[in-house]
Write a protein that binds this ligand. Structure first.
Ligand SMILES: Nc1ncnc2c1ncn2[C@@H]1O[C@H](COP(=O)(O)OP(=O)(O)OC[C@H]2O[C@@H]([n+]3cccc(C(=O)O)c3)[C@H](O)[C@@H]2O)[C@@H](O)[C@H]1O
Ligand SMILES: Nc1ncnc2c1ncn2[C@@H]1O[C@H](COP(=O)(O)OP(=O)(O)OP(=O)(O)O)[C@@H](O)[C@H]1O
Ligand SMILES: NC(=O)CC[C@H](N)C(=O)O
Length: 582
């Protein structure tokens, strides 16, 4: 059987950075050549980054992308890598607009493509067949579906080349293209991570391998892109579903694996499948190249470590890709700001994190000392800016009382953080968690201030779990726990009035998170939530709060999506809506 040495390049593209993304691919090809690879594959849209959203509808963006693919082919050849086939992902177009069936309105003008580069040329291109149009994906809006499948012959092996969603559809193109006699299925992906994704994705890859008794090489991009997290986790499995190679999560990596595949045969292909002879004679293992690489199989960490590293990656890439040098956040001594500070320090290094304690006249002694403690444990830059003298003139001039006065405190803090951001160029982090966002428990233009929300999709009960996990992780390494135990154990409080605690207004967080999971994530109506055993009056109040705070969420900062139902593109609801719990 012919052997094929595969190099799967888990790159971290930035949307629009055609030059930078191409450079990553050239670097991967160089390393692949050094490892003796026969083929390099990169992820879906590795040239442009993913998702490109409505950039796919801009002819100028499409032309520039096409030119970047051609230039990349030429650069590879100029670097002496022209004889190494490199698979890249990119949009192609503009094509004649697809017309909407009903109104004849033009929609998509681009296709989501994979191309093989060789000898300074784009040798062949295929387009994604199935366009995901659920959750965060809007591909049917921006792409024209492909109508042909591709098999490329490389060193005596027929490699079927498909793109991401095409793998997911039962009865989709995989069976058809493999029935055409391909010896290896190569899938290029931009598959976002969410908690427990590994419980679905790897079984899918192995299922396709065993169903078709074929090798599957699955390459995914890595890194944060706005609210999406791509974990990499590229993998090669054999026809029995056994893992031959697996790349680490959250890191750029070149995964090299040598496989033995069925030899190509010149059978007649069914209609709709094209075969292109791309490169070289079959390699049988007896020519003079370097020995096969040792098995490279990364271990997947446990769930909380995956989540923590995902949040760190999301923050690091948002900061880096948007050109910030540092972040700033209010340190209240509470759990949310402590966890956000620890994530930021892990992402950027403590020297690039600025914490500000902003005590009011109602701030407890423990909130000040806990904030000092967080700053010291994590080692962030730290300052104290009391707000009482800023708040007092507002309250008296406008004669503010009650909630109106309370919210001024949160807004004074927002002014301070934005002032320091404007002065020194820090990105402001907002520390709200998913539970607070769900029920609108934050002051708009107050503590919701900021450009990035690291724990936006993390429910409060999981924030505590994460804090405990991070502290245990530090202890296991003989390091100081970053989060003070007092911040974990004390009752949460906004401290906007004397003695206030969150549970004056909200049900206990375990109950609240249970109701929110049922109402938001599982999309049950209020009556069905009550049927799960929750108190009817509590459910009525919680669902009312959720419904009426949609407007607040729409104005909120983005943050990493870690669940199957994150606020934003996963859950698009009207703002003007009579709260009904339906
Ligand atoms: N549908 C709609 N469309 C557009 N705007 C709308 C609106 N409904 C209200 N508004 C506006 O929003 C204002 C009310 O919202 P907002 O000013 O935020 O105030 P509000 O939501 O009434 O109060 C803030 C709540 O968050 C709690 N909080 C504050 C700070 C920190 C924390 C914490 O623990 O983290 C909790 C605080 O205890 C209080 O329960 C209205 O005065 C109105 O201007
Ligand atoms: N005294 C304070 N000093 C600095 N920042 C504060 C202070 N109080 C609130 N903040 C900022 O506002 C955010 C909302 O805080 P708040 O104390 O109202 O409730 P919380 O949601 O329980 O957050 P945390 O758990 O961080 O205290 C905090 O995470 C912090 O960033
Ligand atoms: N880019 C894609 O086609 C991704 C869709 C796919 N279902 C996934 O989550 O991996």
């Amino acid at each position: 059987m012919p052997r094929l040495r595969l190099a799967l390049a888990q790159t971290n593209p930035t949307v629009g950075d055609l030059e930078g993304n191409s450079r990553q691919i050239v670097e991967a090809a160089r390393r692949a050549r050094a490892a003796g690879a026969d083929l390099v594959a990169t992820g879906e849209m590795s040239i442009t980054g993913y998702p490109i959203e409505d950039l796919a509808s801009r002819p100028s963006f499409l032309s520039a992308s096409k030119q970047a693919v051609q230039e990349l082919a030429e650069t590879l050849a100029a670097e002496g890598l022209g004889d190494l086939p490199v698979v890249v992902g990119h949009p192609d177009g503009p094509f004649e607009p697809r017309l909407l069936d009903t109104s004849n309105a033009p929609t998509a003008i681009a296709k989501n493509c994979a191309s093989v580069l060789l000898d300074g040329r784009i040798v062949t291109t295929t387009a994604k067949y199935h366009l995901p149009n659920y959750s965060v994906f809007d591909e049917y809006r921006v792409f024209i579906p492909g109508d042909e499948l591709l098999v490329v012959r490389i060193r005596g092996v027929d490699v079927a080349l498909i793109i991401c969603e095409d793998l997911w559809r039962d009865g989709g193109p995989v069976g058809r293209v493999m029935d055409a006699g391909a010896g290896l299925l190569l899938v290029i992906n931009a598959s976002p991570w969410i908690a427990d994704k590994d419980e679905v994705r790897l079984p899918l890859v192995t299922r396709r391998a065993t169903e078709n008794d074929t090798l599957v090489a699955y390459v995914n991009i890595v890194g944060g892109q706005d609210d999406l997290l791509f974990d990499g986790d590229s993998v090669v499995v054999d026809g029995s579903g056994a893992i031959l190679a697996r790349a680490p999560q959250w890191e750029e990596h070149l995964l090299v694996a040598e496989v033995e595949a069925d030899a190509s045969a010149n059978r007649t292909l069914p209609a709709g499948i094209r075969r292109v002879d791309v490169a070289g004679p079959a390699y049988s293992g007896d020519d003079a190249r370097s020995p096969a690489p040792a098995a490279d199989i990364a271990e997947l960490p446990d769930d909380l470590e995956q989540l923590w590293n995902g949040l760190v990656t999301g923050l690091r890439d948002y900061v880096g890709k948007n050109g910030f040098r540092s972040v700033i956040l209010g340190l209240s001594g509470g759990i949310d700001s402590a966890v956000c500070a620890a994530i930021a320090a892990d992402a950027l290094g403590a020297s690039r994190v600025y914490g500000v304690s902003m005590p009011s006249q109602w701030s407890s002694d423990h909130s000040r000392s806990d904030a000092d403690d967080v700053a010291e444990r994590i080692g962030v830059n730290y300052s104290v800016e009391p707000i009482a003298d800023l708040v007092a003139p507002f309250e008296s001039q406008l004669k503010l009382t009650g909630l109106a006065a309370e919210n001024v405190q949160a807004r004074a803090r927002a002014l301070i953080l934005m002032g320091l951001s404007n002065l020194d160029g820090h990105l402001v982090l907002t520390t709200g968690n998913k539970t607070e966002l769900s029920v609108g428990y934050s002051t708009i233009y107050g503590d919701s201030v900021g450009g990035f929300a690291p724990i936006k999709d993390v429910p409060k009960t999981m924030v505590w779990e994460l804090a405990r996990w991070r502290n245990a992780f530090a202890l296991a390494q003989g390091l100081v726990e970053p989060i003070p135990s007092n911040s974990i154990t004390k009752p949460p409080s906004a401290e906007l009035r004397p003695g206030q605690v969150d549970q004056d207004t909200l049900p206990p967080y375990d109950v609240l998170d249970g109701i929110l999971d049922a109402y938001i994530t599982r999309a049950l109506g209020a009556a069905d939530v009550v049927a799960l055993g929750y108190d009817a009056a509590v459910v009525a109040e919680v669902t009312r709060l959720v419904d009426r705070s949609e407007w607040k969420r729409r104005q909120g900062a983005i943050g990493p999506k870690i669940s199957g139902m994150a606020f934003g593109r996963d859950r698009r609801l009207p703002i003007t809506y009579r709260p009904s719990g339906l």
